[in-house]
Every structure is written in structure tokens, then in C-alpha cells.
Write a protein of this length. Structure first.
Length: 308
């Protein structure tokens, strides 16, 4: 074989091999012939005419995501940064429009997102931006779908993934929240103190009632005991006046004995001598006798007045 045929054979092999090409799954290749659109090839092995056909470009048919950060102002004059995530894909039947009608899809989508967000957010207060972020996402998706469908792009979903107010605004919001919580805590604490005071007053009132009842029962028992003591003394020939005086004197000495058992007592009873006790007994007997005589005289006087 002549030597000059080797380059020709080699060039032929290269041309044959270059006529075959593959397209990956979920992708599309645009074929041009002499610079003019010829066809769209989907995934698999394909053949093209060497030196005549060329692959102008490839587009992914997978869902893609574009994150757009926008700074804008709310209705209450607060500057806030929003992060909007746009999920989109090339429509399989509109690969031609996606490739030839739009050079920079990312820039186009970003422009629409900026336009919609800066039209919607200034209508809302900062608190409403957090509450109605889904409404903002729906408005962005609606506007993008209408615009990008013409260029062969389908907007799958839009999400407002982050809302970041100015640092001073966030600090002020945290202070407001903390103040509200402190106010609620103070209200609960005040209610607890009020309940405690009421319950303490009720307990004290119940204690006083029971204490009064106890004192009344004690005095009733003392009176019953005195009555029984007088009856016992009457049986041995001691009259009621002497018996009452004797009981009082006995209680007097019992009191002195109880005081003497307390080492730290500062109570002093005057007079405190045996002669004073005897004098006390005589005075009490005389007082009881005099009171009985006065009572008898008053009874006799009433009887005489009744007879007359």
C-alpha cells in the first residue's frame, strides 16, 4: 500500500468516528447545518455529517434552582433582604425556544424576581412579610410562568427561603418580644401573690375562729370544773363563798408555781407573801358574803313592792 494513503485512511477514520456522538439522559443537543438550525437530538447515540453538521449546544432538561437575594423596603420603612429560590426546567418540546430566544436565562429570571418582590414587599409591613411570604412566592411564580413560558422554561416552584431584616431591627424585635414576655410573667406573678394573700387571710381567719372556739371550750370546761369543785367542798361543810375563795387562792398558788418553773420568766406578781394570800382569801370571802346579802335584800324589796 502506498505510503501517501495512510494519512487519507487516518483522516477517513477520524471523520467516521466524529460523525457519531452521544447525548446524556435528561439532556438535548441542538444540531446546526452550515450554521442553520437542523434538528434536536434527545438522549442516546446519534449520527451527524462530518464537516457539515455541528453540535451548537446542549441543554439540560433537569430541574434547576436559582437563588436570588433581593434587598427592598417594607411599608413601615424597614430594609430587609429576601432570598428567593426559583426551581425551573427547560420544556422538552420547547428546546428550540430555550436555546435560540434567550441567551442568559439566569439574568432574565433574576430580573423578574427583583421586579415582583420590589412591587409586593413595599405594600406590606415587616410582620406581614414573615406571615405572607407564601403570597410573595406565589406572586413571583405567577409572573415568571407567564414570562418564561414564551422562552421555553417552566417554573416549577418558587420559595422565599430567608427573610433577613437589618441587625438593629432584629435587636429591637427581640427586645419587644422579651418585654412582652416579662409583662406576662409579671402578671402571672402578681396573680400568684394575690392568690397567696387571699389564701393566707382565709387560713388566718379560720385559725382565729378555731382559736376562739378553743378558748370558749376551755372557759366552759373551767366553769364546769369550778362547779364540780364547789359541790365537793359543800359536801364537807364549806359554804359556796368560802369554796370559791379557796379555789381562787389555789389557782393563784398554782400560777406562782408554774411561773417558778420557768427560768427565764420576767413576770412578777404583787403581793406575793403568805400573809397577802391569807388577806386575799379573807377579802374574797367578805366580798362574796356582801354580794349575797345585797342580792337577798334586793329580792326582798321586789317582793314587798309586788305585795303592795
Amino acid at each position: 500500500m502506498p505510503v501517501f494513503l495512510y494519512p487519507i485512511i487516518f483522516l477517513g477514520i477520524v471523520l467516521i468516528l466524529s460523525s457519531f456522538f452521544t447525548v446524556k439522559q435528561q439532556s438535548a443537543a441542538i444540531i446546526e447545518r452550515f450554521g442553520k438550525f437542523h434538528s434536536i437530538r434527545q438522549s442516546g447515540l446519534h449520527l451527524k455529517i462530518p464537516l457539515i453538521d455541528r453540535i451548537a449546544g446542549k441543554l439540560s432538561l433537569k430541574i434547576q434552582q436559582l437563588d436570588v437575594i433581593i434587598e427592598t423596603k417594607t411599608l413601615d420603612d424597614v430594609f430587609v433582604k429576601l432570598k428567593v429560590s426559583v426551581q425551573y426546567k427547560v420544556i422538552k418540546d420547547k428546546v428550540y425556544d430555550s436555546f435560540y430566544k434567550l441567551d442568559y436565562p439566569h439574568d432574565q429570571i433574576t430580573s423578574y424576581v427583583f421586579d415582583v418582590v420590589r412591587a409586593e414587599v413595599p405594600k406590606m409591613k415587616l410582620d406581614d412579610v414573615f406571615v405572607k411570604k407564601d403570597d410573595i412566592a406565589i406572586a413571583v411564580k405567577s409572573e415568571l410562568n407567564e414570562a418564561m413560558m414564551t422562552y421555553g422554561y417552566d417554573i416549577i416552584k418558587t420559595l422565599v427561603t430567608d427573610i433577613d431584616p437589618d441587625a438593629q431591627v432584629k435587636e429591637a424585635m427581640n427586645r419587644i418580644n422579651a418585654s412582652e414576655r416579662e409583662k406576662v410573667a409579671a402578671q402571672y406573678e402578681g396573680d400568684a401573690q394575690r392568690i397567696l394573700i387571699v389564701e393566707r387571710a382565709k387560713a388566718e381567719a379560720e385559725s382565729k375562729r378555731l382559736q376562739g372556739q378553743g378558748i370558749a371550750d376551755q372557759r366552759r370546761e373551767i366553769a364546769r370544773g369550778l362547779e364540780e369543785s364547789v359541790e365537793v367542798l359543800n359536801k364537807v361543810g364549806i359554804n359556796s363563798q368560802e369554796a370559791s375563795a379557796l379555789i381562787v387562792v389555789t389557782q393563784h398558788y398554782d400560777t406562782l408555781q408554774s411561773i417558778g418553773q420557768e427560768t427565764n420568766s420576767n413576770l412578777i406578781l404583787l403581793p406575793n407573801s403568805p400573809q397577802a394570800g391569807s388577806q386575799m382569801l379573807n377579802d374574797m370571802v367578805a366580798s362574796f358574803t356582801a354580794s349575797n346579802q345585797i342580792g337577798e335584800a334586793m329580792k326582798n324589796s321586789k317582793k314587798n313592792n309586788t305585795k303592795e
